[in-house]
Design a protein around this ligand. Structure first.
Ligand SMILES: [Zn+2]
Length: 243
């Protein structure tokens, strides 16, 4: 059989396409799972989890069907990566939901101060900046947020045992079976309504130990627009954790 020039050209194009697809191919993790799943990691790369028996062609088909979702997620994560870089390079601090510039001034007397417009930090380099900032944030959280806890607790008869303020890797707050509440002081970077929401969320756990309809109803009667705060935290929570 004689191959036409056109067939040769198509074969060459297909060959090149295969190379390109391999170059942009995602990380594929095979296991004994039952279905295909896609996720985007923190570097905005596509990760596919697949059962052993699914072929590469089926995986490529699945990826092309989900391409709109993939593009959207990668765009969001790339924007976050850029945002992280910007915050670090221009040295800004988040406080109560607003970003403020941060100055390093080695002649400053206080280790850290804030005049309402600018943060000033003394005697640090960029690598150790998080230490004085964290202790400042913790102090402000105790000053600003704990009175809100007493306020909601008294007003709505939600009795707490002990309250601890600490940095937590994954939680904003928690409430134990003994009604001991932990609050993550990094929340001081969030707007006040978000801090109020987290405090109220944990306080309502003193009477409802789950996320039942009754739990959310109770939150809503006290804070009708709580969903705005929850949304803010979902969208911006990562900004509070990068210190
Ligand atoms: Zn909860």
């Amino acid at each position: 059989m004689l191959e036409s020039g056109l067939t040769n050209a198509i074969n060459s194009i297909l060959f090149i396409l295969r190379i390109v697809i391999q170059m942009i191919s995602p990380q594929i993790i095979r296991s004994s799972r039952k279905s295909l799943s896609l996720s985007i990691n923190e570097n905005a790369d596509l990760v596919v989890r697949a059962p052993h028996r699914v072929s590469d062609d089926e995986i490529q088909k699945f990826i092309s069907e989900k391409s709109a979702w993939i593009d959207n997620q990668q765009r969001l994560i790339k924007a976050r990566l850029k945002d992280n870089l910007n915050q670090y390079s221009s040295l800004q601090c988040l406080y109560l939901g607003s970003l403020y510039p941060l100055k390093i001034d080695n002649s400053a007397v206080e280790p850290i101060s804030f005049d309402g417009h600018v943060f000033t930090i003394a005697n640090v380099n960029r690598e150790t900046i998080s230490l004085p900032l964290k202790s400042w944030y913790k102090k402000r959280f105790i000053e600003v947020a704990l009175p809100r806890l007493s306020y909601f607790s008294d007003k709505h008869k939600l009795k707490v045992n002990q309250v601890k303020v600490k940095e937590q890797k994954t939680l904003w707050g928690s409430c134990s079976s003994k009604n001991n509440i932990n609050l993550n002081y990094l929340l001081i970077m969030a707007p006040m309504k978000v801090i109020d929401y987290v405090i109220l969320h944990e306080l309502v756990h003193t009477i409802h130990k789950n996320h039942s309809a009754k739990f959310w109803q109770k939150i809503e009667t006290i804070m009708p627009n709580y969903k705005d705060a929850r949304y803010w935290l979902n969208e911006n929570g990562y900004k509070l954790r990068r210190l």
